[in-house]
Ligand binder design. Structure first.
Ligand SMILES: Cc1ncc(COP(=O)(O)O)c(C=O)c1O
Length: 397
């Protein structure tokens, strides 16, 4: 029997993905997947758009495309990022197979086995997997309500046995913690990182999904500031604002970094799907994306409100959470080190799914918390599902 590589031997299938199989049971109320509900996708609009595409463009969609991306989509993404104040002139854009691929590429161009990557605690499970695939040493630094805790970050730099290479952050409607970084924390962080010779990956899949206009000023990426001494690889995606099945995201990075990324992408898949790039580009060019996202903001806000009403109504004393101001997630803290996996077992029997806290811990340990994604269940399911989970918590206490 041939040994598997060291990188795959250390991998475990994520609890999220394992749970997805139960999520397909139509009676199960799933707070597990960080994805839109199928009924929210703009199927009719895309259908019409595709039918109206000229035949030559449809043919282009079936063909390989350039590694950096389908040129018209690159132009559309450049325009979109520029409108958001991003430094597109000083950087290059790479279209990727979702932002997940951008993170994987960043990991593979920088990390050798044993290299240190710093993440947040809790951290997006896909990023943990990407760093583990490189056999990196992941050190997770706790978050508070304003972002990564700088004193804790400083301890890592002071005690690490080798220089950390990457810092991975998701500062806007964090998955799973739900927080937005404050302006002050971002400024202090960039000041702190100035002489640390580290690359920052700023992962931004959710900032368009804000529920309150007044928060827009908090959603300005650190990449916009283009701070001196801190190279930033900024990633975005169509997954949460159009559909994850498009498998399309983007990376905005300084030229020297971009060039390595492009070579790496060439070795992985040569190009992202031209077919979905043609459709995404037509969607953006026809001005359909902005109104669609605006509509989604309203729908997700309503779902968040129903979820919070249900949490207030059903959760027992000692369970806490922070009201999300955008994105898909409520991060729920259980009392007295209650084990979320025990809660999940009971909850599944009664028909509701969520993701346990340890999924978001690179060490797979801290499990007194859970993530509820309110984007997938219907409005009718939200109240019922939260009640099932609250009952499971009470039965575990
Ligand atoms: C923080 C974060 N980054 C990246 C991704 C990956 O998204 P995709 O690869 O679909 O663009 C997700 C998806 O859940 C996410 O929550």
């Amino acid at each position: 029997m041939v040994d598997f590589s060291k990188s795959v031997a250390g991998m475990r299938s994520s609890e999220i993905r394992d749970l997805m199989s139960s999520a397909t049971d139509p009676n199960m109320i799933s707070f597990a997947g960080g994805m839109p509900n199928n009924d929210l996708f703009p199927v009719e609009e895309v259908n019409k758009l595709y039918n109206e595409l000229p035949a030559n463009l449809k043919k282009v969609g079936f063909q390989y495309g350039p590694t950096p991306g389908y040129p018209p989509l690159l132009e559309s993404v450049r325009k979109y990022l520029k409108e958001n104040g991003m430094p597109v002139e000083k950087n290059e854009i790479l279209i990727t197979a979702g932002s997940m691929q951008a993170i994987s590429i960043a990991a593979s161009i920088y990390l050798d086995p044993g290299d240190i990557v710093i993440t947040e605690m809790p951290c997006f499970v896909g990023a943990i997997a990407a760093f583990k695939a490189q056999q990196a040493n992941i050190i997770a630094v706790p978050l508070d309500k304003d972002g990564i805790i700088l004193e804790e970050l400083d301890k890592v730099f002071k005690t690490a046995d080798r220089k950390p290479k990457l810092l991975y952050l998701s500062p806007y409607f964090h998955n799973p913690a739900g927080i937005i970084y404050s302006k002050e924390r971002k400024a202090a962080l960039l000041e702190y990182l100035k002489d640390k010779d580290i690359v920052l990956i700023e992962d931004d899949p959710y900032s368009e999904l804000y529920f309150y206009e007044e928060d827009k000023k908090l959603l300005v990426p650190m990449k916009n500031m283009e701070p001196e001494g801190v190279p930033i690889m900024y990633t975005g995606t169509f997954s949460k604002i159009l559909g994850p099945g498009m498998r399309l995201g983007w990376l905005l990075a300084p030229k020297e970094i971009y060039q390595k990324c492009e070579v790496m992408k060439q070795s992985i898949d040569a190009c992202s799907s031209t077919f979905t790039q043609v459709i995404a580009d037509a969607y953006v060019r026809n001005g359909l994306l902005k109104p669609y996202v605006a509509k989604m903001r309203g729908i997700y806000k309503r779902r968040m409100e129903i979820t919070l009403e249900a949490l207030n109504k059903y959760m027992p004393e000692g369970v806490t959470w922070v009201k999300p101001r955008g994105g898909f997630y409520v991060w729920v803290q259980l009392p007295n080190s209650l084990d979320a996996t025990e809660v999940l077992k009971k909850s599944i029997i009664n028909g509701a799914l969520f993701v346990v806290g340890k999924t978001f811990d690179p060490e797979g340990k801290k499990n007194d918390c859970l993530r509820l994604s309110f984007s997938y269940p219907t409005e009718e399911q939200l109240d019922k599902g939260v009640k099932i989970i609250a009952d499971a918590i009470k039965a575990t206490m």
